[in-house]
Every structure is written in structure tokens, then in C-alpha cells.
Design a protein around this ligand. Structure first.
Ligand code: KG4
Ligand code: ZN
Length: 334
């Protein structure tokens, strides 16, 4: 089966062609046009500008895929249908629905976060069930218990800022630019992670929830009171606090639910310190639980992961009427 997938929920326009063979997924193409430079000057994503840019990028990217004009080499069309910025979602959904109607192909409306989870199913070895997933992106921080394909629940989530959002806001406080994650983690390489004892919010609470807003405020106060501190040390100490909090809560869920595998996903899963710390501490806890993280190109928003999630929805017969989707491009909000 060949899936054409489209992602426009935020600030990347992305198209992918993914082939399935005996339940294995192979990414034939994954084109991503990032709008980071456009939004960087505003310090964050501007929804209307994102939508306009998606509109401009859409057709050139679709053309670059080089698929047949009559869609004869495509079996299924998948698209992100929330959560995301509605003006941005609308562009991808309009394109996917139009192609589905034109070519008379099944359309699969996909949840963006489910897409992030499925980025770990684009590798040769995939997580086995039950699995605990740590999903950390610019908009979400969640611990997920996945019992089977499409059968998952949220064990814990952030009460305020997401992990990626905290990286972005700390970068803004330090005047480092946008998006913050890659810049802060690069600075952290040259810093001392034990220099500043930033708080680990909610680390000892009974639930699996996070809160990163207080940590961000602690960084803001600290740099005001200690302008002499090295930026590298602030970055390393902040990153350490985020990673420690995320890993501790994930391992708490592992101890309670005894999964066969643990996996990481979302934009923040590009963070090497997070990958290494989670894997090392997991192996210390239990060597038999496998650890999975997506290839770097599938950590931030991309259409290949949307195809992976859509593949499993399609297996269950989950397709959507194109006109219903055009009326509500945020259909898979939850
Ligand atoms: O998943 P994603 O592309 O978009 C959302 O769905 O939100 O994630 C983007 C987020 C941004 O907040 C960015 O700062 C963060 O992922 N990020 C990182 C790293 N690379 C990207 N955070 C920490 N370390 C990184 N290396
Ligand atoms: Zn995302």
C-alpha cells in the first residue's frame, strides 16, 4: 500500500510517500519545508503567516514528489486534522480532501500527537506492546500508555508549559533566538549542569504530571539576579532540570506499568541529553525493557509520521468523508 501524507499543523509544510509491506513501513519520500526563519523574527509562530506560507509551499512540494497526475500510484491519502493552528491545518486538509475527491481515494484524518508517537514505527525495530511513550513537543508533554495500535491513554501531562515551550521561553529570556531547543541544548554542551540548582517541579507528586512554567520563571529570576553567570551554565542547568523531571516521571510510570518497551517522541526527543539519560536510567532499572527513539529527521513535525499513524487507523477501517473534514479541519483535536 502507498500512502500520501500531508502535515501543516504548525510551521512545517510536509509531504511524504510511505510504503507498507508486511506491516513494515518504508519512507520513500519525506519533504519538509520549514518556516522557522519566517517566524523567528516574531519570537514564535504567527498562525496567519503560517497558513499563507503553507499555501505558497503546498503545490511546489506536491509537484516535487513526482507522483502521477491522476493519483494512480497512491492508495490512501492521510492528513493531520488537529491538534494544531486552525488556519494552518485548513490548508493541508483542503489539499488532502480535494485530492481524495479528485482521485476517489480513501482519506484518513490523523491526530498530530498520534503521528509523533508513530515516528518510532518508521524504524527497523519498533516498540512492542505494552509500551510507555514520552511525548515531548512544543505544545505537549505527555506520558502515554500504549497497549496496542490505536489503543492508548494519557497517564500524565503538563499542567502548564510543554517541555519544548519551556526551552523556547528560556531561549527568549536569554536572548538566544527561536526555536529554543536546539540553541539551548547546543549552549548546554559547553556548560556545567550542576552550576545552578534549578527546581524540579512536581517531581515527587503522586501523579505523572509535569509543570514547567515555574522552572521558566526560576530561570528568569536567576539571570536577573546573577547577570554574571555564564549563559552556557544556565542552559546546562536548565536542561538538566527538564531532563531529570521528564525521565523521573517516565520511570515512575515504567515501575507501575511494567511495559515491554519505552519510547520517546516529539520535537524535544531530538535532545541528545534526554535520549541518553532516559536510555541509561531505564537500562539501570530494567535491562529487558527495550528503548526506542525516532530518527532525528522524524523528531520534529513531518508527514512521514502522519502516514505511519494513518496506516494503523486505515487497518481498522477508519476513513473520513472529505467534506466533513473540510468543515472541521481540527476534527482529531483530541
Ligand atoms: O514536535 P515539534 O516539531 O512541534 C510541535 O508539535 O510542537 O516540536 C518543536 C519543539 C520546539 O519547542 C523546539 O524548541 C523543541 O521541539 N526542540 C528541542 C530540540 N529540538 C527541537 N528541544 C530540546 N532540545 C532539542 N534539541
Ligand atoms: Zn508536532
Amino acid at each position: 500500500m502507498i500512502i500520501l501524507s500531508i502535515e501543516t499543523s504548525c510551521d512545517e509544510t510536509s509531504f511524504a510517500i510511505v510504503r507498507s509491506e508486511n506491516d513494515h513501513l518504508f519512507v520513500e519520500q519525506n519533504l519538509v519545508a520549514s518556516q522557522i526563519d519566517l517566524h523567528a523574527q516574531y519570537g514564535g509562530v504567527v498562525p496567519e503567516l503560517a497558513a499563507r506560507q503553507h499555501t505558497e509551499t503546498l503545490i511546489p512540494l506536491l509537484t516535487e514528489l513526482g507522483i502521477a497526475r491522476d493519483g494512480s500510484d497512491i492508495d490512501v491519502i492521510a492528513v493531520t486534522a488537529g491538534p494544531g493552528l486552525v488556519p494552518a491545518l485548513r490548508i493541508g486538509v483542503a489539499c488532502a480532501a480535494t485530492l481524495a475527491l479528485l482521485w476517489d481515494k480513501p482519506l484518513v484524518a490523523t491526530n498530530h500527537l498520534e503521528g509523533h508517537l508513530y515516528s518510532c514505527w518508521l524504524s527497523e525495530t519498533t516498540p512492542s506492546f505494552p509500551a510507555i511513550g514520552l511525548l515531548v513537543s512544543g505544545g505537549h508533554s505527555e506520558i502515554i500508555l500504549m497497549k496496542d495500535h490505536g489503543d492508548y491513554g494519557v497517564l500524565g501531562m503538563t499542567r502548564d508549559d510543554a517541555a519544548g515551550e519551556a526551552f523556547d521561553k528560556v531561549a527568549k529570556i536569554l536572548g538566544l533566538g527561536y526555536p529554543g531547543g536546539p540553541i539551548v541544548s547546543k549552549k548546554a554542551l559547553e556548560g556545567d549542569a550542576s552550576a545552578i540548582p534549578f527546581p524540579r517541579p512536581m517531581q515527587h507528586s503522586q501523579d505523572y504530571d509535569f509543570s514547567f512554567s515555574g522552572l521558566k520563571t526560576a530561570v528568569a529570576y536567576h539571570v536577573k539576579e546573577h547577570p554574571e553567570d555564564r549563559v552556557e551554565d544556565v542552559c546546562a542547568s536548565f536542561q538538566e532540570a527538564v531532563v531529570d523531571t521528564l525521565v523521573s516521571k517516565t520511570l515512575k510510570a515504567v515501575k507501575a506499568h511494567r511495559p515491554a518497551s519505552v519510547f520517546l517522541s516529539g520535537g524535544v526527543s531530538a535532545n541528545k541529553h534526554l535520549r541518553n539519560t532516559l536510555e541509561t536510567r531505564l537500562k539501570k532499572l530494567n535491562k529487558t525493557i527495550s528503548f526506542h527513539a525516532p530518527e532525528l529527521s522524524y523528531t520534529t513535525d513531518n508527514a512521514a509520521m502522519i502516514a505511519a499513524a494513518a496506516y494503523h487507523r486505515y487497518q481498522k477501517g477508519d476513513t473520513t468523508d472529505p467534506l466533513t473534514l473540510i468543515a472541521d479541519p481540527n476534527l482529531r483535536f483530541k
